[in-house]
Ligand binder design. Structure first.
Ligand code: IMP
Ligand code: MG
Length: 181
């Protein structure tokens, strides 16, 4: 598994430091609000687990399945969304949590569906990684951990064909692993 990694771009300690800072920012921002973190499965779970322990506010966690990648290393263009926990989100300040913002299609679709299906108080977004790429949707994250170059990264929740999520760091996958591109 580790031998499939070209370079480690953020190690475990650096990620924890950054998550602590994000948790602090979120704590300041959502004082006095009815906060729900809506995490996108599966990529965000590792990040979410560490992030929530850095938020010093009453809050709830909800989940929805979202996928846009399929098996490829480039965005497929269509976003599949599971059922939203509508009741649990009604009237709440919703912070959508994902592993990475790439084309923006996923967060755009989630935001749109949230506004259409639930009367939420507000929608904000938080991602561990913000990819430096051409967005398909005009959208920036409200809270972002690290900016990354336009390369395919894995680890800390991010996968390639379902694997590598358990790497404790974020690394660039060797091109030979996915056939280059
Ligand atoms: P977007 O809809 O193009 O913004 O893509 C967001 C989704 O694509 C994320 O939830 C990830 O699952 C996946 N994704 C984008 N870039 C990468 C990457 O470099 N590694 C692993 N997954 C990625
Ligand atoms: Mg994902």
């Amino acid at each position: 598994m580790h031998t499939d990694i070209e370079t480690v771009i953020h190690d475990a300690a650096a990620i924890q430091d950054r998550i602590a800072a994000l948790g602090h920012e979120i704590t300041q921002r959502f004082q006095g609000e009815d906060l729900v973190l809506l995490a996108l499965l599966k990529g965000s779970v590792i990040f979410l687990a560490d992030l929530v322990r850095r938020i010093e506010l009453p809050m709830q966690m909800e989940f929805v399945v979202a996928s846009s990648y399929g098996d490829a290393t480039v965005s497929s263009g269509t976003v599949r969304l599971g059922e939203l926990p509508v009741e649990q989100l009604t009237g709440k300040s919703v912070l959508v949590v994902d592993d990475i913002l790439d084309s923006g299609r996923t967060l755009h679709a989630v935001g749109k569906t949230l506004r259409e299906q639930c009367s939420v108080k507000s929608v904000h977004t938080c991602v561990l990684l913000d990819k430096d790429t051409q967005r398909a949707e005009e959208l920036e994250a409200d809270f972002a951990g690290f900016r990354v170059d336009d390369v395919f990264v894995v680890g800390f929740g991010l996968d390639y064909r379902g694997e590598y999520r358990n790497l404790p760091y974020i690394g660039v996958l060797k091109e030979e692993v996915y056939g280059g591109k």
